[in-house]
Ligand binder design. Structure first.
Ligand code: NAD
Length: 385
């Protein structure tokens, strides 16, 4: 029987919601590319409930305990004295979320000789040292597509919030003011701008589809070029690399995984080649941007705004400079954890566990690392190009 160690973000400060804002969430038939939604054999929670924090347990306890497994759930994940590190040495399975990542560094993986499976309840498995997982033949799986559309929606919201300068305008209202000149001096229309998408995978492509009706000129780069008919449909200009892309755009949105190739990619030098007054929205990973270079670019006016919901490390410290830098529309890492997203990544996590314990193959689209190498989505999106 296995020990499953589940790391989730803490419960709401004032306790679990006694009731929700809405009575139901929409039921979807499939994802936009035809991929089926998670198909676990059972589900022990009502979709739309808060299952992503500690007490929600992703709805996994009954299923795991009835099958004779042990489940340990914690949000205490930092440092050698954390519950996570204390429980890790005999864990067979670790489940963690990008929103509240239990970093599986080489040192921690060395302390977990039993570990066979690391599941990301969400998308993006960079919190696991993938090279070590490959070396130790640990399977890494994530719930591909579970929250991609939510992230694309959040991206569009933050693009509009920055370009139209929504946040200061809202503040004027809540503070009882009405000075229109103050409110509009940094406010522009998105229409007619050049928007560039870095990585047109599931999220990037959904951003392209959602922004096309705004009358923008769309550009993108990806190491896998989109089909010609998709480029034609949205009038997309393909750029061979990010350097070529950023020179010709007003707004950059970032949707690549965090890898050795993308870490620190948005640095002083790249920023200096952008049009003055550009905007960046990065809901991919905080470490793709050089933290201090972003602050400098906002302070100098090279960037007119920066938004996203990903930071490094997470949770971000109280004095992280992105909290206070000018013209930011940052959120904590929430875009992929709406109640809809939670229902799908919890169900997908259960599907992965059911397959793992029954020794059935895990769907290739969920696999990042398997059998001592990149596999499935990992081979497409993470392996070195
Ligand atoms: P995906 O696998 O569908 O797409 C990733 C794309 O990135 C692929 O098309 C791949 O070819 C491209 N790519 C990889 N390396 C590249 C490089 N160096 N240059 C250019 N393109 C490159 O993944 P997705 O579902 O679209 O998610 C993308 C990323 O977004 C995830 O890896 C994760 O880090 C992040 N994410 C964030 C949240 C959130 O809540 N903020 C939620 C989901 C995913």
């Amino acid at each position: 029987m296995a020990k499953v160690l589940l790391v989730l973000y803490p419960d709401p400060i004032d306790g679990y919601p006694p009731r929700y804002a809405r009575d139901r969430i929409p039921v979807l038939d499939a994802y936009p590319n035809g991929q089926t939604l998670p198909t676990p054999e059972g589900l022990d929670f009502v979709p739309g409930a808060l299952v992503g924090s500690v007490s929600g347990e992703l709805g996994l306890r009954r299923y795991l305990e009835e099958a004779g497994h042990t489940l340990v759930v914690t949000s205490d994940k930092e440092g050698a004295d954390s519950e996570f590190e204390r429980e890790l040495p005999d864990a067979d399975v670790v489940i963690s979320q990008p929103f509240w990542p239990a970093y599986l560094t080489p040192e921690r993986l060395a302390k977990a000789p039993n570990l066979k499976l690391a599941v990301t309840a969400g998308i993006g498995s960079d919190h696991v040292d993938l090279a070590t997982a490959i070396e130790k033949n640990i399977t890494v799986a994530e719930v591909t597509y579970s929250n991609s559309i939510g992230v694309a929606e959040h991206t569009v919201m933050q693009v509009l919030a920055l370009v139209r300068d929504f946040i200061p305008q809202h503040r004027i209202v809540t503070e009882g003011g009405w000075n229109i000149a103050d409110a509009v001096q940094r406010s522009y229309d998105l229409e007619g701008m050049d928007v560039g998408v870095l990585a047109a995978g599931r999220i990037g492509r959904a951003v392209i589809e959602r922004l096309a009706p705004f009358g923008v000129r769309l550009h993108y780069t990806d190491r896998h070029r989109l089909p010609e008919e998709v480029e034609k449909q949205h009038g997309l200009t393909f750029h061979p690399d990010v350097r070529d892309l950023v020179r010709e755009i007003d707004v950059l949105t970032v949707h690549a995984p965090l890898t050795a190739e993308t870490e620190g990619l948005i640095d002083d030098e790249l920023l200096s080649t952008m049009r003055r007054g550009s905007y960046i929205v990065n809901p991919a990973r905080g470490a793709i941007a050089d933290r201090d270079a972003i602050v400098r670019a906002l302070e100098s006016g090279q960037l007119a705004g920066y938004a996203g919901d990903v930071w490094f490390p997470q949770p971000a410290q109280a004095d992280h400079p992105w909290r206070a830098m000018p013209h930011n529309a940052m959120t904590p890492h929430t875009s992929g954890s709406s109640l809809n997203g939670q229902a799908r990544y919890a169900a997908g996590t259960r599907e992965i566990l059911e397959d793992f314990f029954a020794e059935r193959p895990i769907r290739p689209e969920y696999l990042i690392v398997d059998g001592g190498g990149y596999a499935g989505t990992g081979a497409h999106s993470y392996a070195k190009s």
